[in-house]
Design a protein around this ligand. Structure first.
Ligand SMILES: [Zn+2]
Ligand SMILES: [Zn+2]
Length: 157
């Protein structure tokens, strides 16, 4: 499908911007939660987030490349929530996101938080994994850990 004004018009008529920043597709949604777009009676149906990528980059998607969601919201069509990559990039991304699950890290609800109680980001560098007394793997904030260790050293003086 090529990008033309009809596609662009059709696209914008079906986008709803929600509070968390995602642009949710209000057109048809597939069983897997992806928006689809079809122009005219005999038009080919394509995925809405792929259409969005083409509209915003003004380029067709190369064969074999897939458009993936950074925000993990299948129905989101916001271009900066998308990235274009190969199937293996997509798998890598999914693995990264599921890293904690795969490590067998015990994830209570608040572990989904992206920051520790002191506001440090739970990113790749700052997130440590340790074993708690019950033998479960738990996530901890390296920054807080460091600060605590320093405090203890000061107290020991
Ligand atoms: Zn999004
Ligand atoms: Zn912290």
């Amino acid at each position: 499908m090529t990008v033309d004004y009809k596609l662009i018009e059709f696209f914008w008529a079906r986008v709803v911007k929600i509070e968390n920043g995602c642009w949710i597709w209000r057109g048809r949604i597939t069983g897997r939660g992806y928006g689809t777009i079809k122009i005219g009676e005999h038009g080919k149906e394509i995925l809405a987030h792929r259409a969005s990528w083409m509209i915003h980059t003004d380029k067709p998607i190369e064969t074999g490349m897939i458009v993936c969601h950074k925000c993990d919201t299948s129905a989101c069509v916001r271009p900066d929530h998308l990235f274009c990559g190969t199937q293996s990039d997509n798998i890598k991304d999914a693995i990264n996101k599921k890293r904690f699950h795969q490590l067998g890290v015990h994830l209570p609800k608040n572990n989904l938080k992206t920051r520790c109680p002191h506001g440090h980001a739970y990113d790749a560098q700052n997130t440590g994994v340790s074993i708690n007394p019950h033998g479960a793997k738990v996530r901890y904030c390296r920054m807080c850990h460091k600060l605590r260790a320093r405090q203890q050293r000061e107290l020991a003086k």
